[in-house]
Design a protein around this ligand. Structure first.
Ligand SMILES: C[S@@+](CC[C@H](N)C(=O)[O-])C[C@H]1O[C@@H](n2cnc3c(N)ncnc32)[C@H](O)[C@@H]1O
Length: 329
């Protein structure tokens, strides 16, 4: 069991979970995915933002992944330059290839590293190479899709998730032109299977300080993002450009072919996969235990609707969709 996860790096493990399972292409519809409905559930909120982009728009995608969003939505821009930030080299190459496919799209700045490199530059030692951020007031659309989990490193002792989230969003907001939008999507910690799985993992492995940090970060996301407080916090920082915010919730599902796949997909909530160290394959039997024990809570079952995923396993993954607009002055 889980043989393909033996003796590989965390980056390679993440690719197997994210690109090879979660983002599995749909067999017939290039605008959907087989591995999850998260994208098709948030696209109705993203499409109008793309439709109203000016020609020669600037788009900034952070925690960009392998660029599936290019095929799902960004290809619709009349003409755009896409700047990306992504630490996993295996994914960033996929993103570059996606952009190349479309004559109306062009690659802008590429930062192979963490988003924190771009705004914590002065305090980082050694300085990350080539960490150039887009200029202030330059972007028409900023995407932060399923990546906000990574702005707080939760293995540290004295984490301050409020500051981490606010600093990341203030940095992104600053890169936006008046009239631009920040589109931020993340899994709803109250209903997402991956969040419940991470808590179970920390409990089972007796990593209680990590568990406490994880819960602290969840509460910060709840307070600052889900409740909409970020609009007031950004308004205080940018009194001449007070943002407008909308918050939506979507019901989403994640799919896999086997029960083992569902355990593997729980790794999506694992924060230890953004480096080149050896992957700890022992984690997977703990997640398999989680999936079996909490089947009812995570709504584990076999898909029975007449959709492409019919016959596949699925679990529930609620989602929060935030749009933050910077008004024209
Ligand atoms: C769930 S994936 C989402 C990818 C993409 N945005 C999408 O929705 O298809 C999260 C991404 O965040 C990246 N990531 C990890 N640590 C990060 C950090 N410190 N800063 C920015 N991105 C990070 C991961 O490598 C991964 O590609």
């Amino acid at each position: 069991m889980f043989a393909e996860f033996q003796g590989i790096s965390n980056y390679q493990a993440y690719k197997k979970v994210f690109s090879d399972r979660m983002m599995l292409p749909h067999p017939t519809d290039p605008r959907r995915l087989l591995g999850n409905t998260q994208r098709e559930d948030f696209l109705p909120f993203l499409h109008p933002l793309i439709k109203r982009l000016p020609t020669n728009a600037n788009i900034f995608d952070v925690g960009a992944g392998a660029g599936e969003i290019v095929d799902l939505a960004l290809y619709e821009a009349t003409a755009a330059t896409i700047s990306i930030e992504e630490p996993n080299p295996l994914l960033i190459n996929g993103y570059k290839a996606k952009v190349k496919k479309y004559p109306n799209l062009r690659l802008g700045l590429v930062h192979e590293g963490s988003v924190q490199d771009l705004y914590r530059h002065a305090t980082l030692n050694p300085l990350p190479s080539a960490a150039e951020a887009p200029a202030k007031n330059s972007q028409d659309l900023v995407l932060a899709l399923q990546m906000i989990y990574h702005v707080t490193p939760f293995e540290k002792n004295d984490i301050d998730p409020d500051t981490e989230i606010i600093d990341a969003l203030a940095f992104l907001y600053e890169t936006m032109r008046p009239g631009a939008s920040l589109f931020l999507v993340y899994s709803d910690d109250d209903t997402a299977t991956t969040a419940l799985a991470s808590e179970w993992y920390f409990e089972k492995t007796n990593q209680l300080s990590k568990l406490a940090n994880f819960q602290k970060i969840k509460q910060a996301r709840h307070r600052i993002l889900k409740s909409g407080l970020i609009a007031e916090l950004l308004a205080a920082k940018f009194p001449h450009n007070k943002p407008r915010l909308t918050c939506e919730r979507t019901s989403s599902w994640i799919f896999g072919s086997t029960l083992e796949d569902m355990a593997i997909l729980c790794l999506l909530g694992d924060d230890e996969l953004s480096n080149d160290q050896e992957f700890d394959a022992g984690k997977l039997s703990i997640y398999l235990d989680f999936v079996k024990t909490h089947a009812e809570k995570i709504q584990l079952g076999i898909e029975r609707r007449s959709i492409a995923q019919n016959g596949m396993y699925r679990f529930f993954q609620g989602q929060i969709v935030l749009t933050i607009e910077k008004p024209c002055q």
